[in-house]
Design a protein around this ligand. Structure first.
Ligand code: NAD
Length: 508
């Protein structure tokens, strides 16, 4: 059932859809156009974090499965049925792929919610539309990126030709299982590469369906392969593989550093990294509208349970408006997100991805309390939802940037408010982090806004909004948040390589 039809589903309908989906979960790997069990027969459980139920025992890909998938991708690339066809033909297949995702939105959405606990309303309103947009944007871009003819002396002709790379390995995280995978596979495929995707082991279900839909859309076998498995076995084998031309990775900074090492230990493959963040939002006392700004503050850190790389988790508030900011945050933000059943479209906050994450986040909250931050609300697990990995939305005030809650990525619904005096101190605090993914600036003064934009070390800066934008916007980090750029045409181009062809012309 397509996106439009499912937008009016209630809890009852979604529960029925979930029961049907659970009875036919695909657990195998998808290699060379077909489902296949992992060579060693190993499996790992995938758990519904809303209630602890084991959903399925998924095939656990091992290095030999990665070898099989890379071999299939390599031979599909060499065969040319994708890499060498007219760009417009690839474009048509990708448009059909996007249309099929729309048609099958109901089953994709329910798999996403069961697997990682994301509220179904968010999947339907945000994730799936963004997946479709990404594929369409990259398809449109296929024949819009061009090589060049450079200026040379009169007896030469120089062309720079853009060519696909070959086999691209994609390693994705669990916080937006479909979307983060598609931010990689859509530009990689659009550019004519073939792909082996290793999804996160916490959310292995939905991307298998995606690969099947690609083949139904007319994608040749072997062009898109999906190998589930653990990071340190399947992910590592992919990143170390000598026949992989590029690894596109989204995940933690810690694992991002390992991926760089694997590239160095193997074939010097290209590495694109989208890693963690500890993004600041700076609220100057001359901001245009406090109510709006506070809305953006709590939405920026509580949406998707705070499991967002660009979550605005450090809220820097200028001292003259500090008390008013906290009061309004408590009045408007404390009850804006209510943990509940993620299959209910009325729920806007599901569980964290697993019990381990819940315990980690609660532990970090405890540390914040011990370090002397003021806990204004939350800080615990909600009553009545003990069977799931839930954490209440949490607000800390009087945080200073040296505290662990201001330094470490929490990846949960925890906001830390840090007071400051004047733009210079705001910049110093904002930049005092190993990360540099995103930032927000709130001020009516355009001069101040521009100065802050120029001085903030982050790949994405929003002024008087947060998490805004469209597909043209490059998304990626400075510093240890990584060096890749997703979404934009620059991303599509990053899955190609330039070949310089220099012609010396004879005189006749
Ligand atoms: P993670 O680093 O634990 O895992 C990410 C992926 O890497 C998974 O598929 C995992 O199986 C794989 N992996 C783990 N160890 C590996 C290894 N040794 N070799 C190869 N692959 C390995 O991250 P996560 O917990 O899944 O995701 C959360 C992190 O992702 C957060 O830090 C978040 O900020 C980041 N993230 C960044 C962006 C961005 O665009 N910058 C977007 C989403 C998430």
């Amino acid at each position: 059932m397509n996106l439009e039809k499912i937008s009016s589903h209630g809890l009852q309908e979604w529960s029925k859809v979930a029961d049907q989906a659970k009875s036919r979960i695909e657990t195998r790997l998808f290699i060379d156009g077909d489902f296949t069990d992992a060579a060693g027969g190993g499996r790992f459980d995938t758990i519904n974090p809303a209630n602890g139920e084991t959903l399925a025992a998924m095939s656990a890909g091992m290095p030999e499965d990665i070898d099989r998938a890379v071999a299939a991708a390599k031979s599909a690339f060499k065969a040319g049925a994708w890499s060498r066809i007219a760009p417009r033909d690839r474009m048509e297949t990708l448009y059909r792929f996007a249309d099929l995702i729309d048609e099958k939105a109901e089953e994709l959405a329910v798999l996403e919610t069961l697997d990682m606990g994301k509220p179904i309303g968010d999947v339907v309103a945000e994730d799936i539309p963004a997946v479709i947009d990404t594929i369409r944007f990259m398809a449109e871009g296929i024949d819009k990126i061009e090589g060049s003819v450079t200026n040379t002396d009169h007896d030469a002709m120089h062309l720079v030709i853009r060519e696909p790379l070959g086999v691209v390995g994609c390693i994705s995280p669990w916080n937006y299982p479909l979307l983060m995978a598609v931010w990689k596979i859509a530009p990689a495929l659009a550019a004519g590469n073939t792909v082996v995707l290793k999804p996160a082991e916490q959310s292995p279900m939905s991307c298998l369906r995606l690969a099947e839909l690609f083949v139904q859309a007319g994608g040749p076998a072997g062009v898109l392969n999906v190998v589930n498995g653990l990071g340190e076995t399947a992910g590592k084998a992919l990143a170390l593989h000598d026949d992989v031309a590029k690894i596109s990775f989204t995940g933690s900074t810690e694992v991002g550093k390992l991926i760089l090492q694997y590239a160095g230990q193997s074939n010097m493959k290209r590495v694109a990294l989208e890693c963690g963040g500890k993004s600041p939002q700076i609220f100057m006392s001359d901001l245009p509208d406090l109510e709006n700004a506070v809305d953006a503050a709590y939405n920026g850190v509580f949406a998707n349970m705070g499991e967002v790389c660009s979550a605005g988790s450090r809220l820097l508030v200028e001292r003259p408006i500090y008390n008013e900011f906290i009061e309004r945050f408590m009045a408007d933000g404390q009850h804006a997100y209510q943990p509940g059943d993620p299959l209910d479209p009325a729920t806007n906050m599901g569980p964290l991805v697993d019990r381990g994450s819940q315990q980690r986040v609660l532990g970090m909250i405890e540390q914040g309390k011990q370090e002397g931050a003021t806990l204004h609300f939350g800080g615990d697990a909600p009553r009545g939802l003990e069977q799931g990995a839930y954490v209440n939305p949490t607000l800390f005030g009087n945080v200073n940037n040296a505290m662990s809650i201001a330094r470490n990525e929490i990846f949960g619904p925890v906001a830390s408010v840090i007071p400051f005096d004047g733009p210079a101190e705001a910049i110093a605090i904002a930049n005092d982090t190993i990360y540099g993914l995103a930032a927000g600036i709130w001020t009516k003064d355009i001069n101040k806004a521009m100065r802050l934009v120029k001085n903030i070390e982050a790949g994405v800066v929003w002024v008087n909004s947060y998490e805004d934008g469209d597909m043209t916007q490059p998304f990626g980090g400075y510093k240890q948040s990584g060096q890749a750029r997703d979404k934009c045409l620059e991303s599509l181009k990053s899955y190609t390589q330039g070949k310089s062809a220099w012609f010396r012309l004879s005189s006749d």
